[in-house]
Design a protein around this ligand. Structure first.
Ligand code: ARG
Length: 265
């Protein structure tokens, strides 16, 4: 189990690109670092290794490595960020993946006029099924055009609530058979399609808004934000060991535990 993270050296709220972000909600940098360190420590405790991509000045959301891309069949599918506020992260990620020896499925030649894709923020694997989130940051067309994706194993998940703008804010596979989700974030059709594919445990609105679904799953360990008691009990009843990390500095940007990580294997 290998995870990519990026230190919050340049993290901050410098623009508003989702409904959680408010310029007046300034980040407390000391707390942000403390929370990131705690998450880092918890991930190591759960038995995973961590790689670090160097933070780049001027890209305050680069800390959210989930959006760098998606590891799929030993390749990295790089993101095509929707907002210019994040597009400059891409060359930094591409450099890191290249130097680390990854095969890049979609090198950044001609990124213009291509459909948007925000990586493991929107595309989540459960076994070999890819839950393909779209609607806010990722275009459905991206998946349809991607020759390297197994089209038979895609489950399209249309997101409809702007507060849950990435799939990983409202859905989290625990293994190939079981996932947690916040159903109200999806349209009826997606809800039906998803329920036919995997067993789902619903998270309450209250806990979903505390990013309960934004969990890091490492075998039987689940790391999620603090103050999510109901889903914690449900996960424990299903045999998972739950770890809570304070994430309030990252909730200000519309992110939490899972957004701060990218699974590399
Ligand atoms: N402020 C970031 C954005 O709006 C947060 C990204 C959260 N990442 C995620 N995978 N949900 O792009």
């Amino acid at each position: 189990m290998k995870i990519l993270m990026c230190r919050p050296d340049y993290y901050g709220i410098e623009y508003e690109i989702n409904p959680w972000m408010k310029l007046e909600h300034k980040v407390n940098h000391a707390d942000a670092l403390k929370q990131w360190n705690e998450l880092h420590k918890t991930i190591l405790f759960c038995g995973a290794q961590i790689e670090l991509v160097p933070a780049a000045p001027g890209w305050p959301d680069m800390v959210f490595t989930a959006n760098a891309g998606l590891i799929y069949k030993n390749q990295i599918i790089l993101s095509r960020f929707k907002y210019p506020e994040r597009q400059g992260e891409l060359p930094h990620y591409q450099t890191w993946f290249t130097q680390a020896g990854y095969d890049i499925a979609n090198p950044t030649t001609n990124v213009h006029n291509q459909p948007f894709f925000e990586g493991a923020g929107d595309a989540l694997l459960a076994g070999d099924i890819l839950f393909a989130g779209y609607g806010f940051r990722t275009d459905k067309k991206f998946y349809q055009q991607a020759a390297y994706l197994d089209q038979h194993k895609l489950i399209y998940c249309e997101l409809t609530d702007p507060y849950f703008y990435h799939l990983d804010t409202c859905f989290c596979p625990l293994n190939a058979e079981l996932a947690i989700w916040y159903p109200a974030a999806f349209n009826q059709e997606a809800q039906k399609r998803m329920s036919q594919q995997i067993k789902l445990i619903a998270v309450s609105e209250e806990e979903a808004k505390r990013f309960a679904c934004n969990a890091v799953v490492l075998d039987q360990h689940v790391i999620l934000p603090t103050n999510c008691p109901n889903i914690t009990t449900l996960l424990q009843n299903n045999g998972f060991q739950v770890h809570a990390c304070e994430m309030n500095e990252y909730l200000k940007a519309g992110g939490a535990c899972k957004c701060l990580t990218l699974r590399l294997d």
